[in-house]
Design a protein around this ligand. Structure first.
Ligand SMILES: C[S@@+](CC[C@H](N)C(=O)[O-])C[C@H]1O[C@@H](n2cnc3c(N)ncnc32)[C@H](O)[C@@H]1O
Length: 401
C-alpha cells in the first residue's frame, strides 16, 4: 500500500479483513452467488476478470474460477480453502476490485489509485444460488419485481415475464452481464456519479435497465440519458421515468448527427442503423467515454466500395457472402479505429441467433495502463483497406475532423 497515512493503511486492512470474513461466511453457508474480480492490473496479456462460483466436483465443495481473457475463457477449479487463499493472493494486487453477490447482500470492494480500500454494500441482487453444476447459466441481473419491467410491459402484475417479451428479457440480462464485466475492467469509480448516454434509445428497455442496474444492483449514482428522435417514445419514456421516481433518468430529443453529449463515461448505441453506429462511436470517443457498447446493424456503406480481391472471387461472387464480408470488414475497421483511439476492443456475438439476427456487439473499454496500440492498429487498418481496395468508413473520416 503506497503513500497512505497509518490510519488509511489500518482502515484499508480492516476493510479487506472484513471482506474475507464475509466471503468465508458466504462460502460456509452456501450463500455465495458469485464473486467477480475486476480492474486487472497484472502482467498477463488480455486477462480481464475472474468470475468465481461455488461448484460441486466429485461430491466435494469446490470453487470454479473462470478467467476471462479478451478472446477466451479458462476455468480452473480449487478446493474452497485453496480458492479463498487464491483470492487473497490476487485481491488488492493484480485485481483492484471485487464484487461479491450473496443471498444477504451485495458487496463491492475497490482499491483507489493510492491503494486505499473502499467497501460498500447494497441489497442483494440475487435471491437464489445457481445450481452447483458445472455450467455458466447466467442468473438474472436485475430484480424481476422491478417496477420498470411492469411499466414497460415486460412483466405482468405477478412479476412474470410475458411470453412475448422473453427475448427482450433475455437480451436485457445478457446486455447487463456484459456491461457489468466492462464496468469492472474500466477505470470508472463506483464511488462517484456515472453518466451514461443511450443513443437511439427507442422504447427505453435497455436505458431503464441500465439505470435500475447501476442504482439498485451496483449501488452507484447514475445519470442516464436516452437520446431519441421520436417524440412519442420520448414522451412515454419520460413520463414512465417520472412516475417511477427515477429522477436521474431522462430522455431527450436529439439527432445522432448533431447531438452534443458533453462529457460522458458510458456510451451505448444498440441497433443504430448503418453509419449511425459510426456517429455514435465518434461521439463516445470525443466525449471521453470509458466504455462504448454498440450493436451495429444494416451495414450498407462498404459493400459498393469493395473491389473483390482475386483470391476471394470464387466466394464473394455470391451476393450474400459479399454482404457478410462487407459487414465483417466494417466492424473490423470500427474495432481497429477504437483500438487506435486508446480502447481495448472486443467484437462478439452477444445473444444467440435464435433470439435476434442483430446479434453482434462491439465493446470498447478505455485502456488504463495497458500499452498503446495506435501504430499497430493504424497499420492493420491500412492493410485491410488496401486488400479490399476501399476508401474507408465514416468513422475514420469523423475521427479526422
Ligand atoms: C432499432 S431501434 C433500437 C432501440 C434500442 N436501442 C434497442 O436496441 O432496443 C433504433 C432507434 O433509433 C432511433 N433513431 C434512428 N435514427 C436516429 C438518429 N439519427 N438520432 C437519434 N435516434 C435515432 C429510432 O427512432 C429508433 O427508436
Amino acid at each position: 500500500m503506497t503513500d497512505m497515512t497509518v490510519d488509511e493503511k489500518n482502515n484499508s486492512a480492516d476493510k479487506l479483513a472484513q471482506f474475507f470474513r464475509l466471503l468465508n461466511v458466504c462460502v460456509g453457508q452456501n450463500s455465495l452467488v458469485k464473486l467477480i474480480l475486476g480492474k486487472y492490473r497484472g502482467t498477463e496479456a488480455d486477462l480481464r476478470t475472474i468470475e468465481i462460483k461455488l461448484v460441486t466436483i466429485k461430491g466435494r465443495d469446490s470453487m470454479s474460477f473462470v478467467y476471462s481473457y479478451k478472446t477466451k475463457d479458462i476455468t480452473k477449479n480449487f478446493s474452497t480453502g485453496d480458492g479463498i487463499e487464491t483470492i487473497r493472493g490476487l485481491l488488492g494486487k493484480d485485481f483492484k476490485s471485487a464484487h461479491l453477490f450473496s443471498l444477504t447482500e451485495d458487496v463491492q470492494l475497490e482499491f483507489s489509485k493510492r491503494d486505499r480500500c473502499i467497501m460498500s454494500s447494497s441489497r442483494p441482487t440475487c435471491s437464489d444460488v445457481p445450481g452447483k453444476s458445472h455450467n455458466r447459466e447466467k442468473e438474472r441481473m436485475i430484480d424481476q419485481k422491478s417496477a420498470f419491467l411492469k411499466a414497460l410491459g415486460i412483466t405482468n402484475e405477478d412479476h412474470k415475464v410475458l411470453h412475448s417479451m422473453t427475448r427482450k428479457w433475455k437480451q436485457i440480462n445478457v446486455f447487463l452481464d456484459i456491461f457489468e464485466r466492462a464496468l469492472l475492467t474500466s477505470q470508472i469509480s463506483r464511488t462517484q456519479s456515472i453518466s451514461v448516454i443511450d443513443f437511439g434509445s427507442g422504447k427505453g428497455y435497455l436505458t431503464f435497465a441500465v439505470y435500475d442496474f447501476l442504482r439498485n444492483s451496483q449501488n452507484m449514482d447514475p445519470q442516464v440519458t436516452g437520446v431519441e428522435l421520436r417524440e412519442d417514445l420520448l414522451q412515454f419514456c419520460n413520463s414512465t421515468a417520472r412516475k417511477l421516481g427515477m429522477e436521474k433518468l431522462q430522455f431527450c430529443q436529439g439527432d445522432l448527427k448533431s447531438y452534443n453529449p458533453g462529457k460522458t463515461q458510458v456510451m451505448i448505441a444498440l441497433h443504430a442503423c448503418d453509419t449511425a453506429t459510426d456517429l455514435a462511436i465518434n461521439m463516445g470517443i470525443r466525449s471521453g467515454a470509458e466504455i462504448i457498447m454498440c450493436a451495429p446493424c444494416c451495414h450498407k456503406e462498404l459493400r459498393p466500395q469493395i473491389i473483390v480481391p482475386e483470391e476471394l472471387k470464387a466466394s464473394l461472387r455470391f451476393g450474400v457472402h459479399l454482404g457478410q464480408e462487407a459487414e465483417m470488414v466494417t466492424d473490423s475497421l470500427r474495432a481497429l479505429l477504437l483500438e487506435a483511439s486508446g480502447y481495448e476492443t472486443q467484437v462478439f456475438e452477444f445473444i444467440s441467433l435464435e433470439h435476434t439476427s442483430k446479434n453482434k456487439m462491439i465493446l470498447a473499454v478505455k485502456r488504463g495502463d495497458a500499452p498503446d496500440k495506435k501504430a499497430e492498429a493504424l497499420s492493420q487498418i491500412k492493410a485491410i483497406k488496401d486488400f479490399y481496395g476501399i476508401r474507408g468508413i465514416t468513422l475514420e473520416e469523423l475521427l479526422k475532423g
